[in-house]
Design a protein around this ligand. Structure first.
Ligand code: SAM
Length: 243
């Protein structure tokens, strides 16, 4: 593989992911804006528009990190609703909590340290679950999707926002150049950490493409699954329902 990443076993992957997010937490938001040239905001806006979240809903923002989606959901669900921002990484959760509190977003928002593979919530609990740029970091994705299915209410929906497969060759080439060459350099310059950003590029390449992820969601039990490509398929939003 690129950059000499060897095949790693499950425990190794989990601790590598923990290390990556621990070291990027403080610079995460600024790096997001830089690396995506601000476009991640548009991808997240689209996700919120597709979420169907309304007043009174219970929403789980899984792998929620620094809380961009959770902050928006907190406003949409209102005081009778509930938003849970769950992430496996305490450093990311702390940065998120600090940021949202400073914005005055409190009250209907809870922070839970949890692994997507073993969600500590009751069955049939949430109206909507989102996982944005999180699934690719999860070691056992099938297990995580099954866990999401379990805690989703019948009638509820899952939205997976994730890097995917660019849909044309020119774009693929430009994107490879960008993510394998420019991105680690930016990581080095801004966050003094090129390795984490090499991991990022690598994990994006290994992630299942649009059709594969759709199939995985169906295997976990989701119905009426579909996806929508964003920015030429660099990112895709997958949706599925539990009935
Ligand atoms: N959702 C946020 C966003 O879109 O800005 C954060 C995305 S960040 C790229 C990925 C997040 O996934 C990190 O905060 C990381 O700690 C979290 N994560 C990785 N593996 C996880 C797991 N198994 N369970 C829950 N969260 C996980």
């Amino acid at each position: 593989t690129h950059f000499g990443f060897k095949q790693v076993d499950k425990a190794e992957k989990a601790s590598m992911v923990a290390g990556v997010f621990h070291s990027v937490a403080a610079k995460y938001d600024i790096m997001n804006d830089l690396m995506s040239m601000g476009v991640h905001r548009i991808w997240k806006r689209f996700t919120i528009d597709c979420s169907g979240v309304r007043a009174g809903h219970k929403v789980l923002d899984l792998a929620g990190g620094t809380g961009d989606l959770a902050a928006k959901f907190s406003k949409l669900v209102g005081e009778n609703g509930q938003v849970v921002l769950a992430d496996i990484n305490n450093a990311m959760l702390q940065v998120g909590r600090e940021k949202l509190r400073n914005k005055g977003i409190v009250g209907n928002l809870e922070y839970v340290q949890a692994n997507a593979e073993m969600l500590p919530f009751p069955d049939n609990h949430f109206d909507v679950i989102t996982i944005a740029f999180g699934l690719r970091n999860v070691t056992d994705k099938d297990k995580a999707l099954a866990s999401m299915y379990r805690v989703l209410k019948p009638g509820g929906r899952l939205l997976v926002l994730e890097f995917s497969k660019p849909q044309n060759e020119m774009l693929t080439k430009a994107y490879d150049l960008y993510s394998f060459h420019l991105l680690p350099k930016m990581g080095q310059l801004v966050a003094n950490d090129s390795e984490s950003y090499q991991y990022l590029a690598e994990s994006i390449r290994m992630h299942p493409d649009q059709e594969t992820l759709k199939g995985m969601m169906e295997t976990a039990g989701f119905e009426q699954t579909s996806f929508h490509n964003l920015t030429g398929g660099i990112v895709a939003l997958h949706r599925g329902f539990k009935f």
